[in-house]
Design a protein around this ligand. Structure first.
Ligand code: TTP
Ligand code: MG
Length: 444
């Protein structure tokens, strides 16, 4: 099946990604490290590398590698221990610089990357590339850190090209060039394709991104559900161009889900609250943040907005226990958000539902408040034994593929192998036409 690429009102989206972020933060603090083969490693026996500087990468050293392996590759590596307070400080500095001096249309994607919608900004710099260079230089001047920028008309394509000119580079990937640039790549190179998904593709003779793009979309849907639809759409150059800006990304983290229909089905609504809680906790954890206030946002068919706040000492005291401490734990956020929902809901059909975590604090300051002092990495990042193992596995395998039992039970209970709502959220807005066409063809 061939679908024409949609060209209406194309946006200009940047993905800004800091170069060798953790390592660069150490260099910014102590410039004498600049020319060393610097690696950052967790300060424990396993000593897994979290970041290799670009000097160290020349020897084939990379994130996820144990330090002993790196030492085999390069005799004079220079190792420093992780310092999360430092990374949070620089991360907030970078986003602040962009937010205050360049654009407020930014979506923080992780501790060291953000999307920026420059559709209405780039022209004053002449070209989108010149605009990116100005931004890159500004970040360097104010923080001493270099970054790279990927430019395209949607988030997926911007993300896909950011590595093409790393470090300290700018890359552009136009949708018309995906067949030359993106399609020859192996399917595992694609954003969000982990080991399991790659295996499914390989078993079905899908080896390159081109193979995926040219596969029958119905087959991909059968193999991977809505997530497959997202990947197939991305492979064809479609993707969300909505920069999900929060009112103040630095004060709160929120996500909402707009339905194409209305619902009063509480099972479905609870599932959505869970998915939203999962997503905001993931975003908070990536940035080492926790929150103390949880809000639920509902929009009914009549378009009226209802906002409800469940802070401590305010209404609904039975929520108080869950929020006595700062949290970014899915189960806690979910249970409070769910209670908020039932206390707010009028019973009318719902069109939009959102969950927000605010009153944020970074993990390090939270620990300081609890007077735990200067503790080791795992204590600092608040990881228990199981989480330590997961953390190391995630470092090794790159993506969040590991679930604790409680999360797994939750997933099984809800009888889904994948995120029903959110994994598809890159498709549901900007790819309406693709989805509509696909649905129509599926019916025919
Ligand atoms: P990345 O942006 O993936 O990597 P990077 O910034 O080190 O290098 P690049 O120039 O290629 O962008 O990740 C940002 C930081 O997140 C990284 O500096 C360390 C941390 N990180 C982990 O803790 N675990 C991981 O598995 C990876 C990949 C990164
Ligand atoms: Mg980076």
């Amino acid at each position: 099946m061939q679908i024409k690429r949609i060209k209406t009102k194309e946006k200009v989206i940047f993905l800004l990604d800091m170069d060798a972020f953790f390592a660069s933060c150490h260099v910014a603090r102590d410039p004498s490290l600049k020319d060393k083969n610097l690696v950052v490693a967790s300060p424990n026996r396993r000593a897994i590398i979290t970041t290799a500087s670009y000097n160290a990468r020349k020897f084939g050293i990379k994130a996820g590698m144990p330090i002993f392996k790196a030492e085999e590759l390069c005799k004079n590596i220079y190792r420093v221990d992780s310092d999360f307070a430092l990374y949070i400080k620089y991360s907030q500095m970078v986003f602040d610089v962009i937010y205050k001096n360049f654009s407020q249309k930014i979506e923080v994607a992780s501790i060291d990357e953000c999307y920026i919608d420059v559709t209405h900004v780039w022209k004053k710099y002449g070209t989108a590339k010149k605009c990116a260079i100005v931004l890159k230089n500004m970040v360097y001047e104010k923080t001493g850190l270099t970054c790279s920028i990927g430019i395209s008309s949607n988030k997926f394509l911007a993300k896909s090209c950011v590595d093409f000119n790393k470090p300290n580079g700018v890359s552009i990937l136009l949708p018309k060039d995906i067949d030359k640039v993106l399609w020859p790549l192996e399917v595992k190179e694609m954003f969000m394709v982990g080991k399991a998904t790659e295996e499914v593709f390989l078993k079905n003779n899908i080896f390159t991104i081109k193979d995926l793009a040219q596969s029958d979309v119905n087959k991909i849907y059968e193999l991977l559900g809505k997530r497959g639809l997202t990947l197939w759409s991305w492979a064809n150059g479609y993707g969300s161009d909505i920069v999900e800006k929060d009112e103040n990304e630095f004060k709160s983290i929120g996500n909402e889900f707009t339905l194409n229909y209305t619902t009063t089905d509480t099972k479905e609504i609870e599932e959505m609250i869970y998915e939203l809680s999962l997503k905001i906790c993931d975003r908070a954890n990536k940035r080492f943040l926790k929150g103390k206030t949880i809000s639920i946002i509902l929009k009914y068919e009549n378009e009226k907005n209802y906002n409800f706040n469940a802070t401590e000492h305010k209404k609904h005291k039975h929520h108080q226990a869950g929020l006595e401490q700062y949290t970014a734990e899915v189960e806690k956020v979910y249970s409070v958000a769910k209670n908020c929902f039932y206390n707010t809901w009028t019973g009318e059909p719902i069109l939009l539902i959102g969950v927000r975590l605010s009153n944020l604090i970074d993990d390090i300051n939270d620990k300081k408040q609890l007077s735990l002092g200067d503790v080791n990495l795992y204590e600092r990042t608040n990881l228990n034994d199981i989480q330590k193992i997961i953390y190391d596995l995630e470092l090794k395998f790159g993506t969040k593929k590991i679930f604790t039992g409680d999360k797994l039970i939750k997933y099984n209970k809800k009888n889904r192998g994948q995120s029903k709502y959110l994994e598809n959220d890159d498709v549901h807005i900007s790819n309406k036409q693709v989805v509509a066409k696909w649905s129509k063809e599926k019916k025919d």
